[in-house]
Design a protein around this ligand. Structure first.
Ligand SMILES: [Ca+2]
Length: 394
């Protein structure tokens, strides 16, 4: 694990943050910021794309950013220098390289849960710190699910029994060949319903979602996170997994505070923002079109191609609506105390999914909303998932 640190030494002042850097070998990387005339850079922060931002107490100032691998005996090497003409100045010092189809989520501290009085099951709002990670930009598509299952079948890691894809322990992972099914199975091959390749995959159970994460890890030569016997997750592995509930919400909020939806310019929603079912029940639902999204209502199910709607600040699509997304956590009331990288209760009856869907009204499509009463065996028409991997695995 490589960590980036910014620290204050000598004329170099201010220090700030830690984040994990992509690296071939475990390492530490320290950065320092100096400004001339010598003043104190304040509130330095690192954003998701490796940008260092600080405030100057006067302008203009000359700045230099240096780095070293060791505070004990390492030589400070210049990274960049320039002139900051503004009181707040940003310089990109690292360049995390997301895997294909993924985006870097910087990690940080945020308020998790409902602060707007919308959801009784998303309280108490509490302070949470999340470590950096990569997440898929899109919900997992039907084509991706069919490909992963085909690979799993070829390698004897899954089986097809009747209308179900099953794990080798006999657990139902996915529902096939039913009304509105998205994937069909015939003569040893999985087929995607015509025209639906780029739509999000529903009908996957929580068991199926984590099994598909393991299959994706195997294909890419990564460590599998899940035991498919105990269904436990080893968060120390470098493979694909479901986000924790905290990771999902942190990614959905995208550094915005106390917003209802993944966008920050307004706290209301319309069909131009997301695929959901509009109604007059919520004052913050101001869509001029009511009911299912008019562009997709004729589809069964009425989902939309992933990425149809604008991204949030982290570049993520459909965090709000389209299909709900399974997360790791067992369902439980939130704790009230500050917690770092929470993974939820160690056991339970229901797994959580988040974000609402094309079939849910606006109160289910918020950053804070939780669905907390579905068992891990449930295969539902409007519930899919997206995968994450830890930053350190890159
Ligand atoms: Ca979604």
């Amino acid at each position: 694990m490589r960590k980036l640190c910014v620290s204050a030494l000598y004329l170099f002042a201010g220090l700030c943050a830690t984040m994990v850097l992509p690296a071939q070998t475990p390492d530490l990387e320290f950065f320092r910021v100096g400004v001339f005339p010598a003043t104190i850079p304040v509130k330095p922060t690192l954003t998701r794309d490796g940008t260092l931002t600080w405030s100057n107490t006067t302008t203009p100032v000359d700045y230099v950013i240096e780095s070293t691998g060791s505070l004990w005996n390492g030589a400070w090497e210049p990274v960049t220098r320039g002139i900051a003409s503004n009181y707040t100045h940003s310089v990109r010092v690292v360049h995390p390289s997301p895997p294909a189809g993924m985006v870097f989520i910087p990690g940080g501290q945020f308020t998790m849960g409902d602060v707007l009085g919308d959801h009784s099951n998303a309280s108490p709002a509490h302070s949470v710190k999340v470590s950096p990670f990569f997440t898929q930009i899109h919900e997992v598509t039907i084509a991706q699910v069919a490909m992963l299952f085909q690979w799993g079948l070829t390698n004897n890691l899954i089986a097809v029994v009747g209308d179900y894809v099953q794990g080798m322990q006999g657990t139902n992972l996915y529902r096939l060949n039913r009304y509105n099914s998205e994937v069909y199975f015939l003569n040893g091959h999985f087929f995607v319903k015509a025209g639906r390749d780029s739509f999000p995959s529903p009908y996957v159970s929580w068991f199926g979602a984590v099994t598909l994460c393991n299959l994706a890890s195997r294909i890419q030569g990564k460590e599998e996170c899940y035991s498919l016997e105990t269904w436990e997750c080893d968060f120390g592995k470098n493979g694909f997994r479901l986000p924790t509930e905290a990771e999902w919400e942190f990614a959905a909020r995208a550094s915005l505070h106390a917003t209802r939806f993944p966008w920050g310019d307004t706290n209301v929603i319309t069909h131009s923002r997301a695929n959901y079912k509009s109604s007059t029940n919520n004052v913050y639902d101001v869509s001029p079109t009511l009911g299912l999204h008019p562009d997709y209502a004729a589809n069964k199910p009425s989902s939309s191609p992933v990425g149809t709607f604008p991204p949030n600040n982290y570049g993520l699509r459909d965090m709000c609506g389209n299909v709900w997304e399974w997360v790791w956590d067992w369902s439980a009331r939130y704790p009230s105390e500050y917690i770092e990288d929470p993974t939820g209760p160690s056991s339970g009856r229901f797994r959580v999914f988040r974000g609402g869907s094309w079939y849910t009204t606006a109160e289910r499509v918020t950053c804070a909303a939780r669905y907390t009463s579905a068992g891990p065996e449930a295969m539902i028409e409007d519930v899919g998932f997206r995968m994450v991997i830890p930053f350190r695995s890159q």
